[in-house]
Design a protein around this ligand. Structure first.
Ligand code: MG
Length: 159
């Protein structure tokens, strides 16, 4: 059995008049995230972790924000497309561990919803999908409320 790990990180600016979508779940909040697609920062970090694990570029390589095809795209759809590349290379996802860094809103009530949506998109059991939420102690872009960021690690296996 062969294994690969992949790591991803992303950050989006918080803005008014946009929905807040994290892990495919729309979360009630007075601000959303700026971006070309639906700006789902958590799912973007996961996509980069998947592509990183198979050394196949990054989200910008495959879904460039200069391409109108991805304007307003569902990030879960982009995740499915990245997963197809992983599977085509012969790999399957073993587990995912992710962290969202946001001063607000409180994400704990939405954690299981995000895990379920991501598990469905990845075709794995929700027990193999971890989503954690941290504040930034009032420091940096996330702590000031200017941005939300996310980090993700995935393990792949084949054979
Ligand atoms: Mg992004």
């Amino acid at each position: 059995m062969e294994h690969r790990i992949g790591q991803g990180w992303d950050l989006h600016r918080r803005v008014a008049d946009r929905p807040l979508i994290l892990g495919g779940v729309t979360i009630p909040f007075e601000q959303g995230l700026d971006g070309h697609s639906d700006a789902d920062v958590l799912t973007h970090a996961i996509i980069d972790a998947l592509l990183g694990a198979i050394a196949d570029g990054d989200i910008g390589t495959h879904f460039p924000d200069t391409d109108p095809a991805w304007h307003g795209a569902s990030s879960l759809d982009l995740l499915s497309r990245a997963l197809a590349r992983v599977r085509a290379a012969g790999w399957r996802v073993v587990n995912l561990d992710a962290t969202v860094i946001a001063e607000r809103p409180k994400l704990a009530p939405h954690r299981d919803g995000m895990r379920a949506a991501l598990a469905r998109a990845l075709g794995i059991d929700a027990a193999a999908v971890s989503v954690k939420a941290k504040t930034a102690a009032g420091l940096g872009a996330e702590g000031r409320g200017d941005a939300i960021s996310a980090q993700a690690v995935v393990l792949l296996a084949r054979g």
